[in-house]
Design a protein around this ligand. Structure first.
Ligand code: DCP
Ligand code: MG
Length: 572
């Protein structure tokens, strides 16, 4: 609720205008039955044409005013609601861009997508309705009752009985209806989740012939959604006949009392018509208000889902100095890490020191925690305890954006975006000149492959373009990282797909860059070429030294060397 209001603040003037127009509209609408009554009494009952024309003209004038005010109000309300929805989406998008992996993992992608689409639209609709109805409906009820009493208090007593009954009835309906719609929203989330997973995992699903199960899973979610939506709407709709019933009974009573009073001459036909008119307006206003409240409930739950995203803490460093990475020394001090919503200690008391410009291989079996360790350095995750230092400054002192532009990170499964190869390489730095780009591609050992394509660097990759092999994607991703001229370069298993010769060339090229290089690998042949090797096993540092030293002192390392040597022999 506070959230919606905060987004409306900027439109306060427009909102005042909208509400002033509502008041004009309201006053004209309330005057209308009153004048209708006078016209009937003075004109129609007396068969006085002049009176009819006079009051008819006045009614026409009032209608025009009310119509114009209503239209303008609609126009302004539409503008405010659409603009505030735009603002919310913009803010949401900016917030998510700032998310750490930790925060991202809290919200499934499907949930985020619904926040942008369904939830924002819900708020937009409610803001629109709110501006049109929120003030008008309650005032209309109060105004109608007062006007009816001015016309004829005796007949109007009926209002005092029916209006409270109507209000109590509709609010009871509303209370139940709201809970139903909250459930519907949860069902929508579920359907989206299934669709999302299904599309993302289509290849796996097909490969394992899981299509049938997936169909079943989707049908279940879809049916639940349909069933609960139907229930909710049926329930709300079923309140309408009851509403009509109460309304008709009160009309009958008004007409009955009115008839008797006309007989004894205490009231006139015009007055009765006016009161009937006010009664109809009252009922209409109350039911409109009900639907508004329902929309409001939905918008509130939408806002409650959006708010936590906007309120997620974006880690703002204590920016006393704008630290940039100057040398590229990396120190881990007793770092422990557990993934959010998990209990396993993936990294345990990890400590090491890497000197600026050093090349360090990180060697360990699958699941040892290598990728996890990498992700801590660009602050994609935060250590559970312990501290990481870059150039003797604690990591949290660095501005995240600044830090990441100084780190070239090649992830284990690189992602290329739809676009040309050139776009994909210059992704991190759009303003790079062509020569730098080609140098990066050459160093990444992918230049020859690219030029062998018909369109060279302008070859389109991604969904509709050429398909690249895993190794080619990795090397494009390496070129992307090199182009950044990073202070720290991190390759996660990015050389695994290369043959020994190309790998040699790549590692030689990397040496010409002035940066600290971390290479995750499973191959001794790669590790051998590094200045130092960090041996990782089940989240713990086993040893940290160069190849020769490890060969001498580490039984663990010797075992890996032996097993890989055996494999090579058997391959030959
Ligand atoms: N893990 C987890 N949640 C994640 C990622 C990983 O719980 N989002 C767990 C699974 C492993 C452990 O953390 O038991 C270490 O995972 P890593 O991805 O760090 O492992 P490696 O990178 O060393 O393995 P590989 O060589 O297979 O890439
Ligand atoms: Mg990994």
């Amino acid at each position: 609720m506070k959230l919606i209001l905060s987004f409306l603040k900027k439109y306060d003037i427009a909102i005042y205008v909208a509400y002033s127009l509502t008041l004009i509209e309201l006053v004209s609408e309330l005057l209308f039955p009153f004048i209708l009554g006078i016209m009937i009494n003075n004109g129609i009952m007396n068969e006085n044409m002049d009176e009819i024309i006079k009051w008819g003209m006045i009614m026409f004038g009032i209608t025009i005013i009310s119509f114009t005010a209503g239209m303008t109000n609609s126009y302004i309300s539409a503008h405010i609601s659409v603009s505030s929805a735009y603002d919310i989406r913009k803010k949401l998008f900016a917030a998510i861009q700032q998310f750490t992996f930790e925060q991202l993992s809290k919200y499934p992608t499907s949930a985020l997508v619904t926040r942008f689409t369904n939830d924002v639209r819900q708020i937009q609709n409610t803001v629109f309705m709110g501006l049109r109805i929120m003030v008008r409906a309650p005032l209309m009820v109060i105004g109608s009752v007062i006007m009816a009493f001015i016309v004829n208090p005796k007949i109007s007593i009926v209002f005092l009985i029916t209006v409270p009954i109507l209000i109590i009835f509709l609010f009871t309906v509303l209370n139940i209806g709201r809970k139903m719609f909250v459930r519907v929203q949860q069902n929508v989330d579920k359907v989206n989740l299934v669709i999302q997973e299904n599309i993302a995992g289509m290849r796996v699903i097909k490969a394992f012939v899981r299509g049938k199960n997936e169909n079943k899973r989707f049908s279940e979610a879809n049916e639940t959604l349909a069933r609960n939506t139907e229930k909710a709407f049926r329930f709300m709709e079923s309140s309408m006949p009851v509403l009509m019933f109460i309304m008709n009974i009160s009309l009958v009573i008004i007409l009955y009392v009115g008839h008797q009073q006309i007989q004894i001459g205490t009231t006139s036909v015009g007055d009765v018509v006016a009161i009937v008119n006010y009664a109809l307006r009252t009922v209409m206003a109350i039911s409109m208000f009900t639907f508004l409240t329902l929309a409001f409930a939905r918008a509130t739950s939408s806002a409650e889902r959006i708010a936590p995203i906007l309120e997620e803490k974006v880690d703002k460093p204590i920016l006393k100095h704008d630290y940039t990475v100057k040398h590229g020394a990396i120190t881990f001090d007793q770092v422990n890490f557990t993934y959010p919503n998990d209990t396993v200690n993936v990294l345990q008391h990890v400590s090491f020191h890497i000197k600026p410009g050093e090349t360090v291989a990180i060697l360990g079996s699958t699941g040892a925690g290598k990728t996890t360790l990498f992700q801590l350095i660009p602050k994609l995750y935060t250590p559970t305890s312990g501290e990481i230092f870059l150039d003797d400054q604690p990591l949290h002192m660095y501005d995240t954006t600044n830090l990441r532009t100084q780190i070239g990170y090649v992830p284990q499964s690189p992602l290329l975006f739809t676009g040309t190869i050139r776009d994909n390489i210059s992704f991190g730095k759009a303003d790079m000149s062509g020569t730098m780009l080609i140098k990066a591609a050459k160093d990444a050992q992918i230049h020859d492959t690219i030029t062998s394509f018909q369109h060279g660097y302008d070859t389109v990759v991604g969904q509709k373009g050429v398909n690249l092999s895993g190794g080619q994607k990795q090397r494009i991703s390496i070129a992307r990282a090199l182009l950044l001229q990073p202070k720290i370069l991190m390759l996660d298993d990015a050389t695994s797909a290369l043959d020994t010769k190309t790998e040699h060339l790549l590692l030689d090229a990397l040496r010409t860059y002035e940066c600290t290089t971390l290479i995750i690998t499973q191959k001794i042949s790669t590790a051998k070429q590094a200045d130092n090797i960090l041996l990782l096993d089940q989240g713990k540092v086993v040893d940290f030294a160069n190849h020769a030293t490890l060969l001498e002192r580490s039984a663990f390392y010797q075992r890996i060397v032996e097993s890989q040597a055996e494999r090579e022999i058997s391959h030959e």
